[in-house]
Ligand binder design. Structure first.
Ligand SMILES: Cc1cc2nc3c(=O)[nH]c(=O)nc-3n(C[C@H](O)[C@H](O)[C@H](O)COP(=O)(O)O)c2cc1C
Ligand code: SF4
Ligand code: SF4
Length: 293
């Protein structure tokens, strides 16, 4: 157990977050758990949004507890993250998978994330799907996660901490807990198996709208060259030599567009804008988080 005493855990959040909604919930849950029990020593979070952070291999052990979050993309775990996620080494650590979705649906994202973490050697003991302002929009789930969501995150954190306390007491020692966890079923979450294909937006005639190659455009009259978008892009597709110019893979996370202080970045692709409007009109009712313990 290294430096950590037998009954203690090193607790941290680990997340990918283009516009910050996943980060907000993951840190709220990890902070809440840290406050709920003396067993946890709150360690620094791992933000794997920047491309450089995904070049490292992360190895965990039985002393670790992770609140692990990704946004939902097309009803699934973002596929660009799969090569990285498949390098994780759980080493028997406890993980709490969390997904953030933009008020449409999380479909099979949570079950997929849970399965990846289990396959990588983590034990999933609780899970949650929260709602975040939709990446594409400023009105769909606007401002979420909000105060109400954060209260739910705090309550969930308390319950997740209590669940870990319960498992640790049942095990009685680090070795006993490892045995309890080995026998434990992965946390049950909503979703389907086999996991369904990526969600496909469709136009009025039912034809697939392909936004794969869509990228934000730059209004050079507004751009001051501040470089915020360069740091914001999780794909490293905006180079410091040409801030605002997207030259590489774009996952439409909208981090650059939403963080640009000048409003210099915009999308004008017809299919993308149609899909965005359809989402805004189609999912006006507030959804609430799903918690699994
Ligand atoms: C390409 C793309 C696809 C998305 N697909 C879905 C989806 O299938 N269902 C949904 O409800 N939200 C979807 N979203 C919205 C995000 O899951 C949501 O806004 C999330 O809060 C973003 O997290 P972040 O702020 O950490 O980047 C999608 C966002 C992007 C960029
Ligand atoms: S964040 Fe906006 S203003 Fe700053 S460099 Fe990028 S596009 Fe230009
Ligand atoms: S260029 Fe694309 S991937 Fe990069 S921050 Fe902007 S929207 Fe996200």
């Amino acid at each position: 157990m290294g430096q950590v005493a037998e009954t203690e855990f090193r607790l941290r959040g680990m997340f990918f977050s283009g516009t910050g909604t996943t980060k907000k919930i993951v840190t709220a849950v990890a902070d809440g758990m840290g406050r709920s029990s003396d067993r946890f020593s709150r360690a620094e979070d791992i933000d794997f949004t920047p491309p450089a952070a995904r070049e490292q291999t992360y190895r965990f052990g039985r002393e670790d507890v992770l609140v692990f979050g990704v946004p939902v993309i097309a009803g699934r775990v973002p596929n660009v993250l799969l090569p990285f996620l498949n390098t994780l080494e759980g080493g028997g650590a406890i993980a709490i998978p969390v997904v953030l979705y933009g008020n449409r649906n999380f479909d099979d994202a949570l079950i997929e994330l849970r399965n990846i973490l289990e396959e990588r050697g983590f034990h999933t003991v609780a899970a949650a799907a929260f709602i975040g302002e939709h990446s594409f929009s400023r009105i769909l789930a606007a401002g979420r996660p909000d105060e109400q969501d954060l209260q739910i995150a705090a309550d969930f954190a308390k319950a997740a901490a209590a669940r870990i306390e319960e498992l640790a007491s049942e095990g009685g020692s680090a070795e006993g807990l490892a045995r309890v966890l080995d026998e434990l079923e992965p946390v049950r979450v909503d979703g389907q198996e086999p996991i369904r294909p990526y969600y496909k937006p469709r136009d009025r005639k039912g034809n697939h709208i392909n936004i794969l190659k869509v990228k934000p455009k730059l209004d050079p009259d507004k751009c001051t060259g501040c470089g915020i978008c360069v740091d914001a892009c999780p794909m490293g597709s905006i180079k410091a030599e040409a801030p605002g110019v997207v030259d590489g893979i774009c996952i439409k996370c909208c981090g650059c567009e939403k963080k640009c202080p000048e409003g210099a970045l915009y999308f004008d692709d017809e299919g993308y804008l149609y899909h965005k409007r359809e989402l805004e009109l189609g999912y006006p009712d507030r959804k609430e988080p799903n918690l699994y313990l």
